[in-house]
Design a protein around this ligand. Structure first.
Ligand code: NOJ
Length: 735
């Protein structure tokens, strides 16, 4: 047995303080005993199984992995290998490697593991921090049942461009909302004590501005001013670090000429210097290897790339073997200083200590039996309900009325695996959770007539015939998300974000029948769907709603649950309007309908108005706002409004606060979200809503300096980013 003999009384738990003194002493002692090779080994992440065999869970242990673990050449593994294999490998690390340093296994647990929640873009539409945190707790404990110590989530890339397929993985386009999401997810994944065997280390990714890729094309170049970087793209990462995230993953792309994987300004000056990050950075898959020609061409060869990356602040090399092959030699040659290497190793060991791996290296093989997966499935159902955004509801088509004969159409009407969304890398135990099952479970009289697929030819005659036999048509539209034909998620950029295939023909056929129809969208990005939005009677944005998605979406459609979701992205009329976002700067010629010389497209209605705007979403009741006020009170601004439920049903409104700094040293966005509050009101009820915004939140970054908000502000306490009565307040000061 080569267990570590270093005494330890204190378990790392406060992840916000990853560098606790007792732990640092233990790391010092370890570093003093480690060889150069062992140190480099801690910075290497390799696959946890033999990928070639195609079954990392069930196949035999791969000798390449076993050897690396036993020799201490790979301190970190990636990809789920199953809990038994994990424990076998861990035993080898702890008992057979010279110093007995435990391994740590990372895997992408992004929106579920044994049960699956809606995709993050959908979850963001819930505007609900408790929901986010609770879900991340569940993702974490389910991950632990597979031996996973560390997840590559939350993904925090603010995205303003719906062409980018990875918009599905993020919390939308707003830095404030994404920051709240970041903190909630980190707290959920890591819990109060990441070492309790029920939580995992979180990883903030992809650092940073990955979503600003040119043309919305994945992995593509980003050109960005430092002001926009600081004001828009960095805040969610800062929030995640401040919430105690243990790891951060730099992104694949080049930003302003420098790849994020070897960018000291991002990794050292900003992440460590400004945000105070004490955990570990890990490259994205193979990205250190991408620093060489013919790719980024920043280093001539892999050895220089290894040195360049670690010198810039990249602690761990995921899957490129650059560190494994070259770092020892680069340190010996003096290109990488010993203290730089030691710092990187320290960061990795800190995370392993924080996870309690030195004290409890083995995963609990009984954990799965202790979980109530039915409860988790219920939680996923609620998450699906709350992610739904009702975009249109003419003539009170929804909720579905009892006794209505419904025909459900489209291949997504009964396809449970297509509900799971991107990162559906799991065998999810199979109760049928497609919409058909959900509607039936909720007592709807429904006939399923698939009639068309998402990408194939449409039989218009069949669509028309099926529609004519029903009181109401529920037609499913959208994108495929299964790995093979995925239309959203990693590397699924689209140059045309209209409905794929011939789905437009379905829209026209249904319009021609004159039958009332509800369109349900299953998708991972905003779509350009003006014709569909116009033709249907009701439009339900269901996203990819997860393993209980069919039930959750049906609950909203039948009125068993209220629609309470609000958009976190703008929907364009046409792809060419991308990037499109509500918090844009105003031009010198703001759009005025009919004015030839104000900013516009000659062939699209925006930028005056998006098809659907950030913050928008309907309920089954309506709300009125009155007595809206904004008042400065010391170091905060207090926003108040009386919100009344005008209908007879109980409903939940998401009251939103937006501001604009009217005159500043630089042009400021036309509106920016600064706070929100959910309020539940029974029919006819009025509540006074009060939202406090600290004055510090009204400042911004310019030329590397934080500028305090001063002078006159416009403000709105409103149901979305388009509406609301104009308020003003004044912070005083020079302007
Ligand atoms: C590449 C993706 O960009 C990243 O999001 C993911 O975490 C890694 N692969 C690991 O699977």
């Amino acid at each position: 047995m080569k267990h570590l003999t270093i005494a330890c009384a204190v378990l790392a738990c406060a992840c916000a303080d990853a560098a606790a003194p007792a732990i640092e002493k233990r790391i010092d002692a370890l570093l003093a005993r480690m060889t150069l090779e062992e140190k480099v080994g801690q910075l290497v992440q390799i696959g946890s199984g033999d990928f070639a065999s195609g079954d990392v869970e069930k196949g035999p242990l791969d000798s390449h992995v076993v050897n690396a673990v036993v020799r201490g050449e790979a301190g970190l593994l990636i990809s789920c290998c199953g809990i038994k294999k994990y424990n076998q490998l861990q035993k080898m690390a702890v008992e057979e490697s010279r110093l007995g340093i435990p391994i740590m296994l990372g895997h992408d647990v992004i929106h579920g593991c044994r049960t699956v929640a809606p995709i993050p873009l959908g979850l963001s539409c819930a505007w609900d921090e408790d929901l986010w945190r609770g879900l991340a707790e569940t993702f974490a404990v389910e991950a632990r049942t597979r031996g996973i110590d560390w997840t590559f989530a939350p993904m925090l890339d603010v995205s303003r461009d719906a062409r980018w397929g990875r918009i599905a993985e993020c919390a939308g386009q707003d830095p404030f909302l994404a920051s709240r999401y970041a903190a909630s997810m980190v707290r959920g994944f890591q819990g109060d004590n990441p070492a309790d065997g029920r939580h995992v280390a979180a990883c903030l990714k992809h650092y940073v501005a990955y979503g600003a890729c040119e043309g919305g094309r994945d992995y593509n170049t980003v050109e960005l001013s430092d002001d926009t970087l600081r004001n828009v793209y960095l805040p969610p990462f800062e929030a995640g670090v401040r919430a105690g995230a243990l790891t951060v993953m730099p992104a694949f792309h080049v930003m302003n000429g420098l790849p994020c994987s070897a960018n000291p300004y991002l990794l050292r000056t900003t992440l460590r210097g400004r945000f105070g990050f004490e955990g570990m950075t890990v490259s994205d898959w193979g990205s250190v290897g991408e620093l060489v020609p013919p790719r980024h061409g920043m280093y001539a060869n892999l050895a220089d790339a290894a040195a360049g990356a670690i010198n810039a602040g990249m602690d761990v090399d995921m899957m490129s073997n650059a560190y494994r092959r070259h770092l020892v030699e680069r340190v010996k040659a003096g290109v990488v200083k010993a203290n730089v290497l030691d710092e990187a190793v320290r960061h990795v060991l800190r995370v392993k200590f924080a996870l309690g791996l030195f004290e409890h290296p083995y995963a609990d093989e009984k954990l799965l039996e202790k979980l109530d997966l039915k409860k988790h499935a219920e939680q996923m159902r609620v998450a699906a309900q709350r992610s739904v955004v009702l975009l249109k509801n003419e003539k009170r088509t929804l909720p579905l009325k009892r006794g209505t004969r419904v025909v459900l159409m489209g291949e997504l009407g009964d396809n449970p695996s297509e509900m799971l969304g991107t990162w559906q890398t799991w065998d999810v135990p199979g109760e049928n959770a497609a919409l058909l099952a959900g509607l039936r479970a909720d007592g709807v009289d429904v006939v399923y007539a698939p009639c068309y697929t998402m990408t194939g030819a449409v039989d218009v005659v069949a669509v028309t015939a099926a529609a004519t036999n029903a009181d109401l048509v529920v037609a499913t539209f959208g994108e495929l998300c299964g790995w093979a034909a995925a239309m959203n998620g990693e590397n699924t950029s689209r140059a045309d974000i209209g409905l794929p295939g011939e789905q437009d023909k379905v829209v026209e056929a249904l319009r021609a029948t004159g039958r009332p129809f509800v369109a349900v969208l299953f998708n991972g990005r905003p779509l350009a769907i003006p014709e569909l939005a116009d033709a249907c009677d009701a439009l339900v944005e269901a996203w990819n709603p997860g393993s209980s998605g069919g039930w959750g979406v049906a609950d909203v459609m039948t009125g068993l649950a209220e629609p309470t979701g609000r958009l976190t992205v703008d929907f364009p009329h046409k792809t060419g309007e991308c990037p499109l976002y509500y918090n844009r700067l105003e031009t010198g010629r703001p759009w005025v309908d009919g004015d030839r010389w104000t900013t516009r497209y000659v062939d699209a209605p925006s930028p005056g108005r998006s098809l659907f705007s950030f913050g928008f979403g309907l309920s089954y009741t309506t709300f009125a706002y009155a007595n809206e006020k904004a008042a400065v009170d010391g170091d905060k601004v207090v926003f108040t409004a009386d919100v009344t439920n005008l209908g007879g049903r109980t409903g939940e409104e998401v009251v939103q606060v937006y501001v604009r700094d009217v005159v500043a040293c630089v042009s400021r966005p036309r509106r920016e979200l600064k706070g929100w509050q959910r309020v539940k009101l029974v029919g006819g009820e009025t509540k006074s809503v009060r939202i406090e915004v600290p004055v510090s939140r009204l400042g911004f970054w310019h030329a590397g300096t934080r500028v305090a908000g001063e002078g006159e502000f416009n403000a709105w306490i409103a149901p979305d980013s388009d509406r609301g009565r104009l308020l003003t307040f004044n912070l005083g000061g020079a302007r």
